[in-house]
Design a protein around this ligand. Structure first.
Ligand SMILES: Nc1ncnc2c1ncn2[C@@H]1O[C@H](COP(=O)(O)OP(=O)(O)O)[C@@H](O)[C@H]1O
Ligand SMILES: N[C@@H](CCC(=O)OP(=O)(O)O)C(=O)O
Length: 368
C-alpha cells in the first residue's frame, strides 16, 4: 500500500466535522485523544508529521452563539479568531502527554505565491520538524480576505505537503474515499481504491461538500491530489471520524489512494531542471568534483557569477571549461554570490555584514 508504513514525512488534514460536534459545536475530545495517539505512534518510528487542522470557524461559531449557516466574512473571521486559539490549545493539550511539542503556523495563499515568503515558511517548517515538533497549520482566516485566501484546507494541505517535501498526504474526511458520484445522494456510487491519473472523467465525478461545517467537497480534494501528485507525494482520502483514523488507514481501512509516478526528490529535481536559469555559477575544479559526488556547492568553490538573480532563483552551474554540471536554486542573490565567491564559510559574515548560509546551492535543490 502506498504511503503509511513507509511514510518519512506525512501531512494529515483534519476536516472541521471530525474535530467539532455539529450538534453542540464543542470539541470531540475522545476523537482528538485517539488521533494524538496515532500521531505519537508515527513520531515514535521517526515519521515527521504536520497537521493541517480545520475547525477554527466551527469552534468559534459555537462560542459566539452564531448559527450553523453561512456567515458574512467579518463574522467568520471573528469566529476564526475565537476558535483558532481553542483549536491550537486542544492539539497542544492532547499531544503534550505524549511528549510532543506543537507549533502553530497560520498561513495565507500569499505565503506560497510570494517567493520570499514561500522560502521563509519552508525554512521555518523545516526547522520545526528538525526540532521534532508537530506543526499545526491552518489558514490565517482572521486576516485572509477573499482574494488572498485558499478558503479550503484541502488545497492548503497539499501546498504544505509540497512545501515540506512530504511523501504522504492524508485527507481525513467524512467519506471513505473518492466515489464515481456523490455517495450522499447517489446509492450506485462506487469507491475507487487507487487513482494514478486525474482524467477529465474523474474530475466530472467530483461534487460539492455535503455537510454544513465543511468547505471543500471533492473538487478541492482533487485539486489537492493534482498538486500533491505533481510533487511526487501520494495522497489518501479516508474516513476519519472513527477513533484512531491513521492506524486504521495503515491497517488497510477503505480509502482512495492517489499514487504519483515518481517520488518527491525526483519530482523536485525534474521541476528544478525545467526552469529557465536566471544566471550562471562558474565553479572551480574541486567544486566540480564535489558536485559530481552529489555534494552541495559552497561559496569557496565559486569562481565567477553571471546574470542577475534573487534568492531561490534557478541558476545554471558550469565548470571552468564551460561544461554544464547541472542546475540548482541559489540561496544567495547574484550580488551576494559575487561578494562571497571563493570565500570560506567562516568568512561569509565578515564579507556580507550579516551571518549568511554555509551553502550556496544545496544538493536537495540541484538537478544534474
Ligand atoms: N465523487 C465523490 N466522492 C465522494 N464524496 C463526494 C463526491 N462528490 C461529492 N462528495 C461529497 O464530499 C463530501 C466530503 O467533502 P467535505 O464535506 O468538504 O469534507 P471535509 O470536511 O473533510 O473537507 C462527502 O461527504 C460527499 O458528500
Ligand atoms: N480554515 C477554516 C477551515 C476551512 C476548511 O477547509 O474546512 P473543512 O472543509 O472542514 O476542512 C477553519 O479552520 O475553520
Amino acid at each position: 500500500m502506498a504511503g503509511m508504513t513507509t511514510a518519512r514525512r506525512l501531512v494529515a488534514k483534519i476536516g472541521s466535522a471530525l474535530l467539532v460536534d455539529r450538534a453542540t459545536g464543542s470539541l470531540r475530545r475522545d476523537w482528538l485523544a485517539s488521533m494524538a495517539e496515532d500521531v505519537a505512534r508515527l513520531r515514535a518510528r521517526g515519521t515527521d508529521v504536520v497537521l493541517v487542522s480545520s475547525g477554527s470557524i466551527a469552534l468559534g461559531r459555537g462560542v459566539l452563539g452564531l448559527p450553523p449557516a453561512d456567515l458574512p466574512l467579518e463574522q467568520s473571521q471573528a469566529a476564526a479568531a475565537v476558535g483558532q486559539i481553542r483549536l491550537a490549545r486542544a492539539w497542544e493539550e492532547h499531544l503534550a502527554p505524549h511528549g510532543i511539542t506543537t507549533a502553530q503556523v497560520l498561513v495565507t495563499l500569499e505565503d506560497s505565491a510570494d517567493r520570499r515568503r514561500y522560502l521563509n515558511s519552508r525554512a521555518t517548517l523545516e526547522t520545526l520538524l528538525a526540532f521534532g515538533t508537530v506543526p499545526i497549520v491552518n489558514e490565517n482566516d482572521t486576516v485572509a480576505t477573499d482574494e488572498i485566501r485558499y478558503g479550503d484546507n484541502d488545497r492548503l494541505a497539499a501546498q504544505v505537503a509540497v512545501t515540506v517535501g512530504a511523501d504522504t498526504l492524508v485527507l481525513l474526511s467524512d467519506v471513505d474515499g473518492f466515489y464515481s458520484a456523490n455517495p450522499a445522494t447517489d446509492p450506485t456510487a462506487r469507491r475507487y481504491d487507487e487513482i494514478a491519473e486525474i482524467t477529465p472523467e474523474i474530475e466530472a465525478m467530483a461534487g460539492d461538500a455535503g455537510s454544513g461545517l465543511s468547505k471543500g467537497g471533492m473538487k478541492t480534494k482533487l485539486m489537492a491530489a493534482k498538486t500533491a501528485m505533481a510533487a511526487g507525494c501520494a495522497m489518501a482520502i479516508c474516513e476519519g471520524s472513527q477513533s484512531h483514523p491513521l492506524r486504521a488507514l495503515e491497517g488497510g481501512a477503505p480509502a482512495t489512494w492517489f499514487t504519483p509516478g515518481l517520488d518527491p526528490q525526483a519530482a523536485r529535481k525534474r521541476w528544478i531542471s525545467a526552469m529557465k536559469p536566471r544566471g550562471t555559477l562558474v565553479v572551480d575544479d574541486g567544486a566540480a568534483v564535489a558536485l559530481g559526488q552529489g555534494k552541495s556547492l559552497l561559496p569557496a568553490g565559486l569562481s565567477r557569477v553571471e546574470g542577475a538573480f534573487g534568492r531561490g532563483d534557478p541558476v545554471a552551474i558550469r565548470d571552468s571549461a564551460g561544461r554544464s554540471l547541472g542546475q540548482g536554486l541559489s540561496r544567495y542573490t547574484a550580488a551576494e554570490a559575487r561578494a562571497i565567491a571563493g570565500r570560506r564559510s567562516a568568512e561569509i559574515e565578515e564579507v556580507l555584514g550579516y551571518p549568511g548560509r554555509a551553502v550556496l546551492v544545496h544538493r536537495d535543490d540541484m538537478a544534474h
